[in-house]
Design a protein around this ligand. Structure first.
Ligand code: P53
Length: 476
């Protein structure tokens, strides 16, 4: 391979709850994203038990894509998008999550959205569960701590697969399923799995149980999807945040190795259909009596994925400490600053080569096609007096990452099927709920207080990316 493949899927990514708004429209039920307030780099988002009148819930309106999708897709077509990654808001289709029949008005929205994509030959790339499960499933069933979730999810997946079988070919089951290894932060467990650990509960144990049910649900969905349409390509989706050793001290090398195992074992289950030995052993050592049945193990083997989708934003660096001789990595205690890497205002390192490293890491282990379904820079943008947004910092970030991605293709021979930077257009940040942590090629006039005209302005990066796509990545 000398170049990106000729059918390379250039596009951009978003998630339903971060842009659609219309949180109550056409029968949509509240999702976990709808009970999360706005935060900032220093102030975490709050999860409120119910919606409080006086609080700011940024996802309720977001950028109102629900009513702007035609004009927004026109802009994406103008950039030359070959694909558009979004998710289906589960609570539009099953407002509570446990209904016997789906909400027709919700299904119709995605009929219209996917038809609009296809009008421009833009291939929709769809994540089924992207941090937006119906909130009712949390209050009634306790979220993914409950085995019943498997059936609810599979029903949702089957409904979508059947309805959109001729419009959507590429699917992913759970967004960043491994993000919840950060279970110490309530955001991670809540957004991935709809779980709020009560005081006295072991959040780590809950996380392993929830992840198991999700992996089983994913495998059943994959198997059904392949029956519904054998042409479907169904992938998993991991947050690739490489964990580097601080230096060449063997303890640090081992620490990084064990940390990578703990963050990426999910991929082994998705791809191989079995738990890796280190994870079986870890669960035993912890004395976790997780509900993992032989029927589950059978299902895991039947629905293995077709490709690996992953996000890449940053790398982290870990170091060994004497009080942790077992190299037991947790997402917060073992991270140290990497002296070689700059970081964004939100503390995310900027490490383009880490993208090539992550692609190689997945390729070496799993030998499946890879799809980079998120990559981007969250930054503040300014509309200057000429009415434009000169985001050269974003162009530089994306260019540097594409140079590395190209090396992964050309020099490492990895099969990369597409690249959908985060985000196609400015949207609400998942982690902070801010509008002003912007990622888009298109600026949206709205601020952290929820004020603004919602006007769309193509940024400089929009025109840069247009050239990149037109040249199939030759003109960076
Ligand atoms: P925001 C943490 C680490 C890496 C990726 O993130 C992450 C997160 C969660 O914050 O999430 C993904 O908006 C996620 C998107 C999210 C995007 O990264 O917090 O799949 O939904 O918006 C960027 O800056």
């Amino acid at each position: 391979m000398k170049k990106f493949r000729s059918d390379f899927l250039w596009g951009g990514a978003v998630a339903a709850h971060q842009l659609e708004g219309a949180w109550r429209t056409d029968g949509k039920g509240p999702s976990v994203a709808d009970v999360m307030t706005a935060g900032s780099a220093s102030q975490p988002r709050k999860i409120t038990a119910e919606i409080k009148e006086e609080k700011n819930y940024p996802n309720h309106q977001a950028i109102d894509f629900y009513h702007h999708y035609q004009a927004d897709l026109k802009l994406m077509a103008e950039m030359g998008f070959k694909c558009f990654r979004t998710s289906i808001a589960w609570s539009r289709i099953f407002p509570q999550g446990d209904e016997a029949t789906p909400n027709e008005a919700g299904l119709e929205f995605y009929d219209r959205l996917f038809a609009e994509c296809l009008k421009y030959q833009i291939e929709p790339i769809v994540t089924l569960s992207h941090f937006e499960m119906p909130y009712y499933l949390v209050t009634k069933y306790g979220g993914w701590r409950n085995r019943k979730m498997i059936d609810f999810f599979v029903k949702f997946a089957d409904t979508c697969f059947k309805r959109y079988r001729n419009q959507v070919k590429y699917w992913m089951t759970f967004n960043e399923i491994n993000n919840q290894t950060g279970y110490q932060n309530e955001f991670c467990l809540f957004t991935n799995s709809g779980i709020k650990a009560a005081s006295g509960e072991n959040a780590e144990e809950l996380m392993y149980q929830a992840a198991h049910y999700e992996l089983v649900a994913s495998s059943i969905a994959v198997e059904h999807g392949h029956q519904i349409n054998p042409e479907f390509k169904i992938g998993c989706m991991l947050a690739m945040v490489p964990l580097y050793p601080l230096n060449s001290q063997p303890h640090n090398i081992m620490m990084a190795e064990k940390a990578m195992q703990k963050r990426y074992w999910f991929t082994d289950v998705h791809v191989n259909g079995t738990y890796p030995n280190f994870m079986e052993t870890f669960l035993k050592h912890r004395h976790y009596r997780n509900d993992i049945t032989s029927a589950d193990r059978y299902n895991l083997q039947r629905g293995t994925v077709d490709f690996i989708g992953f996000s890449y934003y940053m790398s982290k660096t870990v170091s060994f400490s004497e009080d942790n001789p077992a190299y037991d990595y947790d997402d917060y205690s073992n991270d140290v600053q990497n002296p070689y890497l700059p970081a964004s205002e939100w503390g995310w390192t900027v490490d383009p080569e880490g993208l090539r490293y992550g692609a190689n890491w997945f390729n070496d282990r799993y030998h499946l096609p890879l799809f980079v379904v998120e990559n981007g820079l969250g930054a503040r943008d300014e509309v200057t007096s000429d009415g434009k947004v000169h985001d050269d910092y974003r162009v530089n970030y994306l260019r540097e990452h594409l140079i590395q991605l190209k090396k992964a293709v050309v020099e490492d021979g990895i099969d990369i099927i597409g690249y959908t930077p985060w985000s196609a257009i400015d949207i609400v940040s998942a982690g902070t709920g801010q509008m002003e942590k912007r990622y888009g090629f298109v600026y949206v006039d709205k601020d952290d207080q929820g004020k603004g005209s919602l006007k769309r302005i193509p940024k400089d990066s929009f025109y840069w990316y247009q050239k990149v796509i037109a040249s199939n990545g030759e003109n960076l």
